[in-house]
Each structure stands twice: as structure tokens, then as C-alpha cells.
Design a protein around this ligand. Structure first.
Ligand SMILES: Cc1cc2nc3c(=O)[nH]c(=O)nc-3n(C[C@H](O)[C@H](O)[C@H](O)COP(=O)(O)OP(=O)(O)OC[C@H]3O[C@@H](n4cnc5c(N)ncnc54)[C@H](O)[C@@H]3O)c2cc1C
Length: 239
């Protein structure tokens, strides 16, 4: 079948979809906000300073038959089968894949996140200028565990606390939590229930949120089609 496919997003999901579709249907176009592919699963290393960058040229991970279009998808006209980019370009499609990923929720001011490459670099810069004190990593899931362990390994001079929810005490929100917790404690990380003490950002502390990522922007159905709205929760993001 000769169909033109548009894939919005340039993360793992979009790249996999584009590369699998390439050569099997008509033209495959991937629309992404930037020209880089971000290895998000490495962002805790970037933040802790143990890796310089987690970015690759997006073109280097794409099948040669995939056309890369750098731009921000602002609106979808589902009936007319068109995507409108913020810079004025309009592209028609037969099939559309909407895979815009997730981002950090609205966060208290002064706190950090590692949801994006930019946010990871911001945390790295803060850590680099942070002489002494404590780092509170909020969220006892895999991302929180990875980040706390990475920072504690890179900066044994800092006090790292991993704050997790857990009725009646701290418990990691992952399988094998007790074993992982013992390893973390060997690195000097204190695992503690968040409810016991409100985490706050200050001169002698850094707070990093790793919990509650939300879907990125959605393109909502409005009177004149679909347009970008605020952050939202899944699953309505998928069109
Ligand atoms: C520090 C960290 C560690 C992690 N570790 C693991 C792990 O070990 N294992 C694991 O399975 N998962 C891990 N994850 C989760 C994993 O990274 C995500 O599940 C994955 O990135 C989701 O991929 P995605 O393609 O859906 O979206 P994303 O990777 O978020 O990519 C979405 C892309 O869409 C683009 N985009 C968004 N809106 C638009 C628009 N309107 N127009 C154009 N482009 C747009 C964005 O710029 C981005 O390039 C980790 C995440 C983090 C932050």
C-alpha cells in the first residue's frame, strides 16, 4: 500500500515506528522539535556529571528512507489529514503516529528534574557549584533510584536522600526494592518516606523531582481542529 506516513515525535517510540515503516509504505516523515535524539535513559548520568551528553544527531539513528523534518507540530486537522507546524509548514498524510512522549509536571520553584536533556544539564550545573549539603531525590521508582545512586557515586561528599512514598515507612516503588535499598545504603544513601518531612529547596539542599512525569503536549480537538494545549495525563493524548 502506498501511504504517506507522518510520525510526530523523535524519541524511542517514534524512531522505532519510523524505521520499521521505512521502505514498507510510501513516504515516511518524522517531525520532531529538534534535530537531536535524546537517550533519555542516560539523563541521570548527564545530571550527575558522569556522561557529557546523551544527545545524538537524530538523522544518525533514522533509516535512510525516513525524511526528518525539524519543527513543532502545533495543530492536526484530522478530517483534512494535515499537520500544521508552528513555522507555517503544512504536511498532508494518509497515516499519522502521535508519539510526543512525556515531560516533567509543573514543579515547585527551585526544584530540579531530569525529564529532558536541558533539565539534566541544569541540574549538573547546580551540582557542580554545590560545595556541601544534601540532595533530595523525590520518587522511589527506577529513575529516582538510578539518579540517587549516580549522584552518590559521583559526589560522595554530598548527603543523598531518596524520598519515596510508602505507608508506615520508606519503601521503594520497584520490584526487589529491599535488595536495591541495601545497595543504596551501602552508597550512603538514606531512603526515607517523603511524608515524614517536607522536602524543600534551599542554599544547602537540592531537590530533584523524578516522579509524576506527564504526557507532553497534546493536540486537542477545538472548533478549528486540533491544537496544542497544556500538559495532560494519558491516555487521551493518543489520537
Ligand atoms: C532519567 C531517565 C531514565 C530512564 N530510564 C529508563 C530505563 O532504564 N528503561 C526504560 O524503559 N525507560 C527509562 N526511562 C523512560 C524512557 O526514557 C521513556 O519511557 C521514553 O523516553 C519514552 O519514549 P517516547 O518516544 O515515548 O518519548 P520521548 O523520548 O519523550 O520523545 C518524545 C519526542 O517528541 C518530541 N515532541 C514532543 N511534542 C512535539 C511536538 N508537538 N512537535 C514535535 N515534536 C514533539 C520531543 O521533543 C521528543 O523528542 C527513563 C527516563 C528518564 C527521564
Amino acid at each position: 500500500m502506498n501511504t504517506d506516513l507522518i510520525i510526530i515525535g523523535g524519541g524511542y517510540a517514534s524512531v522505532m515506528a519510523a524505521n520499521r515503516a521505512a521502505g514498507r509504505s510510501g513516504r515516511v516523515t518524522l517531525v520532531n522539535a529538534g534535530a537531536t535524539f535524546v537517550e533519555r535513559i542516560r539523563l541521570h548520568e548527564v545530571a550527575a556529571g558522569s556522561r557529557d551528553s546523551a544527545e545524538l544527531p537524530l538523522a544518525s539513528v533514522l533509516h535512510l528512507d525516513v525524511e526528518l523534518m525539524v519543527g513543532w507540530a502545533e495543530r492536526i486537522d484530522a478530517e483534512g489529514q494535515k499537520v500544521f507546524l508552528a513555522d507555517g509548514r503544512i504536511i498532508g498524510y494518509d497515516g499519522l503516529v502521535y508519539a510526543v512522549g512525556s515531560t516533567s509536571p509543573v514543579m515547585p520553584s527551585g526544584t530540579f528534574s531530569i525529564a529532558s536533556h536541558g533539565e539534566a544539564l541544569r541540574l549538573r550545573a547546580r551540582l557542580a557549584s554545590f560545595g556541601f549539603g544534601s540532595v533530595d531525590v523525590i520518587g522511589g521508582g527506577l529513575t529516582g533510584v538510578e539518579l540517587a545512586a549516580e549522584i552518590a557515586s559521583a559526589r560522595p561528599d554530598l548527603r543523598v536522600r531518596l524520598r519515596t512514598r510508602g505507608p508506615g515507612g520508606a519503601s521503594l516503588e520497584i520490584a526487589g526494592g529491599n535488595t536495591v535499598q541495601r545497595h543504596l545504603e551501602r552508597l550512603g544513601i538514606v531512603v526515607t518516606a517523603q511524608e515524614r518531612e517536607a522536602a524543600s529547596a534551599g542554599i544547602a539542599s537540592i531537590t530533584v523531582m523524578t516522579a509524576g512525569f506527564v504526557n507532553a503536549y497534546r493536540l486537542v480537538d477545538t472548533a478549528d481542529g486540533f491544537s496544542k494545549s497544556a500538559q495532560m495525563t494519558p491516555p487521551e493524548a493518543l489520537i
